[in-house]
Design a protein around this ligand. Structure first.
Ligand SMILES: NC(=O)c1ccc[n+]([C@@H]2O[C@H](COP(=O)([O-])OP(=O)(O)OC[C@H]3O[C@@H](n4cnc5c(N)ncnc54)[C@H](OP(=O)(O)O)[C@@H]3O)[C@@H](O)[C@H]2O)c1
Length: 252
């Protein structure tokens, strides 16, 4: 039988990190070696615990430092923290390649959310108008969500020859009611207690609409995607941007 994969979590006391740490402790084939938080000595921790993967759900300013330290110690970074720049991800990929370790940076580890975006990509050529509504917990700092913005950009990219039509109100009696706009796609953000992270993509044509909806009820939504990523990046030294490729999703 294969050795269990030693895994550590940076941000293990956070909202997502704590759910992952609990899940890893009961997951067959995973040996959870512990977590680190703000102010801990990461290099000493990595040297002592020798994880094969370091899962990071911290803060954008911290995630790069943690991921590069993981690579230097021979551990594959599995980064869920959002807000890394393209240049950061390039730098991490270069570091992983130089050390022959795998790695992944994925702005969304919820498999249903990744599929929602993929299904929206498929529908995009067939509808002339689409709007995105995202609903998140009230503590979320930014709007729209990274997933909503990325959905709108992907949708717009599928319609380069025939851009989506965004119908503006002739008279907007309450400013902002028609939402933000990205590439002809209206984006609306709801912030309320009770939500975790939901999104609907609504396509319209005369006489019909198509709604693709993803609902997150708890942060356990991230566990299967993170486990899939851990298994992949520790089995071969490959670097992934997003879960799409791991799920075998491609749209030509
Ligand atoms: N990819 C995805 O699917 C996905 C899903 C949900 C969230 N996210 C992202 O994941 C990140 C964390 O989200 P969250 O809701 O779990 O936030 P959170 O509850 O604030 O958790 C972040 C945790 O990281 C800790 N931390 C800060 N600096 C650290 C460091 N240098 N090393 C280790 N731990 C450190 C914090 O500790 P202190 O409070 O003591 O500073 C806190 O416990 C955010 O960027 C969020 O956007 C990604």
């Amino acid at each position: 039988m294969a050795e269990p994969i030693k895994v550590a979590v940076a941000g293990h006391r956070g909202k997502v990190g704590s759910v992952l740490a609990a899940a890893f402790q009961i997951e067959p084939g995973i040996d959870y070696v512990g977590g680190i938080t703000h102010g801990d000595d990461l290099a000493a921790f990595l040297h002592e615990k020798r994880p094969r993967a370091l899962v990071d759900f911290t803060r954008p300013a911290e995630a790069m430092h943690n991921a590069l330290a993981a690579v230097a110690a021979g551990a594959a970074p599995v980064v869920g923290t959002t807000g890394l720049s393209g240049a950061d991800v390039d730098k991490l990929e270069t570091a992983c390649k130089a050390k022959h370790v795998g790695g992944i940076v994925a702005p969304n580890f919820a498999i249903g959310a990744v599929l929602m975006m993929h299904l929206a990509d498929i529908a995009a050529p067939h509808f002339d108008a689409v709007e995105v509504i995202e609903m998140h917990h009230a503590a979320k700092l930014d709007a729209p969500s990274g997933t909503a913005l990325s959905t709108a950009r992907r949708l717009a990219a599928r319609r380069k020859d025939r851009p989506f039509t965004h119908k503006k109100a002739e008279k907007e009696t309450l400013a902002g009611t028609r939402g933000g706009e990205e590439g002809g796609v209206a984006v609306h953000s709801v912030r309320l207690p009770g939500f975790v992270a939901d999104q609907e993509v609504i396509f319209g044509l005369p006489g019909q609409t198509l709604t693709i909806a993803h609902r997150t009820t708890t942060r356990e939504a991230y566990v299967p995607g993170v486990l899939l990523a851990i298994r992949k990046v520790t089995s071969a030294p490959r670097f992934y941007r997003g879960l799409d490729e791991l799920l075998g999703l491609r749209v030509d």
